[in-house]
Design a protein around this ligand. Sequence first.
Ligand code: GLY
Ligand code: MN
Ligand code: MN
Length: 430
Amino acid sequence: MPHDALLSLQTDHLNELQGRYESAMAEHGYDSLLIASGAAPYRYGDDQAWHFQGYGPFLHWTGLAGREHCWLWIRAGHRPVLWLFEPVDFWHANPVLPEEPWQTFIEVRSSASPRAPLLDDPGSLAVIGDPALISNVPGDANPDDLLRDLDETRVRKTAYEIECLAQANRLALAGHAVAREAFLAGESEFGINLAYQQATRQREAEAPYHSIIGLNEHAGTLHYQYYDTQPPGQPRSLLIDAGVRYRGYCSDITRTTAGPEESHFAALIHGLERLHLRLCDMVAPGVDYIEIHRKAHQGVATLLSATGLVSGLDDEAIVDKGITRVFFPHGIGHFLGVQVHDVAGKPTPPPEDAPFLRLTRRLEPGMVVTIEPGFYFIPSLLEPLLEGELGSYLNRELIGRLRGCGGIRIEDNVVVTATGSQNLTRQDPA
Ligand code: GLY
Ligand code: MN
Ligand code: MN
């Protein structure tokens, strides 16, 4: 999409947000609302701060993920005002805000102070943001009922948000392509991370989450967080779960690649990929997301039988006895937006058979979800299964051969449309 068209969609987005916010504020008796972008706290006993990424509602309006100590004031019937923190400071730079059409919708004022602005006639005021930063600001701090309704304004994405998420996908896909090449060329986890960052032109601190890059057994740790600087003697598998933030919006993509001599593991990846695409095809308005999660377990059971990893049990029993949860212990996915695990996914708690599921809603047009089935060889889950009464149904020899490959996850970002879905991850890279 041409950049001008995107910027024009952003103005529509802001108009829509103004309406959604005015309704939520009226519902809870507020005339105005002050949003704190946030600020990175200093590490205990140190003069260095943690990496900063802004507060969700602030990003929903501005997309300015790296701007600390800013304040946004929303009032019914008025133009929002953004106080942009621009201190007089010879230690640090103030980034220049490019001139864009959204600044006709939001009035931008410069502020040299990190403090909340003095508001002219705020009426009944709510203030939302990091409690440590808003505790001394007059007004109701983080009222629960209002926050719940503001989270709800983020559930059905506008056309602007969907286009930003699509671009975040295109940019990340370019990174995934070079990461795969780097793996096949024998790079270490560290080297693959550098290749991903180079291709996506994104600093680690700006990524929507810490990129998960695991070779061999490391691919079996769901949120593996280290990078070996040396490649393993025999590179058997790569799992990379990495995204990009674009104008505040996140992508969250996972790909798994088998090493050249891993035909069994490659076949397993192929099987999971086919299941993954079937699950993506289930995304449509009216579908209960929990049903997609349950279909994933049925698919994992079929894969366990078809590969001979489990025998002597039918697929239903493989699920009912909890065997699929050993190989696929996490949820099938979550909402995606200005936060990688976007808000409002669980108005009702997850069912007992899916304790880690982050989204329990029926799908509606405009929702954006991830679909991320996995299939892992996780020692701390496998050992009790192998040693317990179900161990005799498992093919120890085959598990022994595959466990060094760690695991598989395949993750796409999918929009619910009026009639079905659009997969943002199955498109050309940027
Ligand atoms: N990257 C974290 C997740 O997939 O949820
Ligand atoms: Mn995810
Ligand atoms: Mn992910």
